[in-house]
Write a protein that binds this ligand. Structure first.
Ligand code: PLP
Length: 299
């Protein structure tokens, strides 16, 4: 499995004297795509080593992490249980239909209860109900996930000045920061509104992972388009045009916003001439099936 680099050709890049490469993590695996594969890798190993037969995790109804965990369980011989936020809606949306087809057992809980999912009482209840399970947090972010994400930068063979990555929980960015150990300029693009809190989350994850505190990364928090999973016509138009020009499919939650942000920063002259940017395509394309009908996204 490989995540090759693809160079983009664009007039704006030429004008600015900047090179932009896309790290195609979306090509790592057909169903366990992008950063979710990186985040699961060492967790699956740990689960096997500890003698677990069941993975249990959490997510919303369109979660890439739910889909990836279901596919990974099927591929590597684990039973999977997905605790889904909110009520069941039938027919299942494409994400949950896929998870079910991989054998994932879905369990719906109210939004109120979902908020308490990290409390000890809730975890105890889950253990009582499902027995011995290997628990993956929401979005799959833990220290083994950070370890997996350090490997995103291991196979970048070109010399570069900047690396960009979309953010949900910040686990992937933490891995990139730890993996680069103070080298390069690292830009994180939160998909959520008010993503400033992620500074602390990432700093703590890196600190817990290797005890270090790096200063070569920062967050660009303005390209959230109204919030997580909020999709604006501007963004869809950009993604459709990007696909036509570069033949790379993006999705509107994470990678679309990051790439829009990179091009907007380019227009503003943010990147000095001579910059070589690597943009990480973190995958997540499974979610587009749900957006396709609703929003006229070309996939
Ligand atoms: C989950 C996800 C992210 C966010 O990853 P974090 O480690 O939670 O920050 C980014 N891009 C895509 C496509 C994702 O599915």
């Amino acid at each position: 499995m490989e995540a090759p680099l693809q160079k983009l050709e664009d007039d704006l890049l030429k004008e600015q004297g900047v090179a932009l490469w896309v790290k195609r993590e979306d090509l790592l695996h057909p169903h366990i795509s992008g950063n979710k594969w990186r985040k699961l890798k060492y967790n699956l190993k740990a689960a096997k080593q500890q003698g677990h037969h069941t993975l249990l995790t959490f997510g919303g109804a369109y979660s890439n992490h739910i889909a990836a965990t279901a596919a990974a369980g099927k591929a590597y011989g684990f039973r999977t249980i997905g605790i889904i936020r909110g009520e069941e809606h039938l027919p299942l949306n494409p994400t949950l239909a896929f998870a079910t087809s991989c054998g994932m057992q879905l369990h719906y809980i109210s939004r109120e209860k979902y908020r308490l999912k990290d409390e000890p009482g809730f975890l105890k209840e889950v253990q009582q109900q499902y027995g011995k399970v290997y628990m993956l947090p929401e979005g799959g972010t833990n220290l083994l996930a950070v370890k997996g994400c350090t490997e995103i930068v291991d196979d970048i063979t070109i010399d570069y000045s900047h690396i960009c990555c979309a953010m949900g929980t910040g686990g992937t960015l933490a891995g990139i920061v730890a993996g680069l150990a103070g080298e390069k300029a690292i830009l994180g693009f939160p998909a959520l509104k008010g993503g400033d809190f992620l500074r602390q989350e990432v700093a703590e994850l890196v600190q817990d992972y290797n005890g270090q505190n790096y200063h070569n990364w920062h967050l660009i928090t303005v390209y959230h388009f109204g919030g997580y999973a909020k999709v604006k016509p501007d963004l869809l138009a950009f993604m459709n045009q990007f696909k036509q020009q570069h033949n790379i499919q993006l999705e509107p939650i994470y990678t679309g916003k990051m790439m829009y942000g990179i091009f907007d920063l380019l227009k503003q002259g943010y990147f000095p001439a001579g910059s070589i940017i690597v943009a990480v395509h973190t995958g997540g394309l499974q979610g587009n099936a749900g957006f396709e009908q609703r929003l006229g996204l070309q996939v």
